[in-house]
Design a protein around this ligand. Structure first.
Ligand code: CP
Ligand code: NVA
Length: 300
């Protein structure tokens, strides 16, 4: 694995290998066993959008691996003043051992990888959120013992999270059902992959999607960069909420996952969120372990 640009680029075996390594790194961290796999290496972290989890988990993860993280806000980089990503990639490749980038266009991440000569890790684009979904799969496997054959359900916006969950879930052998409003469907490239893969269903009815689910995911109705559409989206997504009625259609021991930040009363009720808080915050913790596994595989 040279980069982590999107889960579509990985095989199911590569995903499982990352989850196995993440489990091992989590065990070692819990037991105080040092693992300086990236001693002396430097990771640049470019952020063109806000972040709590991604920034802190990559930064601390890199330190735990013996390396050094540099937080690079696009407000301060020349990239924020229009320096082309092709030039930024070639310059930063001469200083750093890897780059994690959170930005808008997926093309920018792909360009960094093709013009640079160091590993690139996608820390969220409008298209996908692969690091998050590796942590999500890790968490589901931790609670359920396995992934293959389980039913994953996603309710809400056909956004970056939906795109990565569909691809990641199907690649590890899960069944995936999605409920989105007609006008907010996942990316066509993802739907083409899903429909060719089998095990995928798409509906506009949340309760139908949740039927016999083992895990239900949701995400915000308005993502970063869509703040101006928030009101329009609040109307379009009414009914696309993870609540008691939706959970009633799922298996009794169904998990609930949310990448966070969550908007209680919108995509998820306060009651469901708090009832599943342990699973949701384990998921947040697993960002650290899953991303350390990614860094070891691409930069090690
Ligand atoms: N889930 C997630 O990526 O959180 P941040 O936006 O806080 O990084
Ligand atoms: N879909 C959300 C995920 C945040 C982690 C966004 O892009 O803002």
């Amino acid at each position: 694995m040279k980069h982590l640009l999107k889960l579509l680029d990985l095989s199911g075996e590569e995903i499982i290998d990352l989850l196995n390594l993440a489990d091992q790194l989590k065990y070692e961290r819990r037991h105080g066993i040092a693992h300086p796999h990236l001693a002396g290496k430097t990771l640049g972290m470019i952020f063109q959008k806000s972040s709590t989890r991604t920034r802190v988990s990559f930064e601390t993860g890199m330190i735990q691996l013996g390396g050094y993280p540099l937080f690079l806000s696009s407000r301060d980089l020349q990239i924020g003043r229009g320096e082309p990503v092709q030039d930024t990639a070639r310059v930063l490749s001469r200083y750093l051992d890897g780059i994690m980038i959170r930005t808008f266009a997926q093309k920018e991440v792909e360009d960094l990888a093709s013009y640079g000569s160091i590993p690139i890790i996608n820390g969220l684009t409008d298209f996908c959120h692969p690091c998050q979904v590796l942590a999500d799969l890790m968490t589901v496997r931790e609670y359920k013992g396995s992934l293959s054959g389980l039913k994953m359900c996603y309710i809400g916006d056909g956004n970056n999270m939906a795109n990565s969950l569909i691809v990641g879930g199907l690649k590890v052998g899960m069944k995936v059902s999605v409920a989105c409003p007609q006008a907010y469907q996942p990316d066509q490239q993802v739907l083409d992959f899903a429909n060719a893969n089998g095990g995928f269903t798409m509906t506009d009815d949340p309760c139908a999607a949740a039927e016999n689910a083992d895990v239900i995911f949701t995400d915000v109705w308005a993502s970063m960069g869509q703040e101006g559409e928030a009101e329009k989206r609040r109307i379009a997504f009414t009914g696309y909420q993870v609540n008691d009625e939706v959970l009633g259609a799922a298996h009794a021991d169904c998990m609930v996952q949310h990448c966070l930040p969550a908007h209680r009363g919108e995509e998820i009720t306060e009651k469901v969120f708090e009832a599943h808080a342990d699973e949701i915050f384990e998921e947040a913790e697993n960002r650290l372990h899953a991303q350390k596994a990614v860094m070891v595989r691409v930069m090690g």
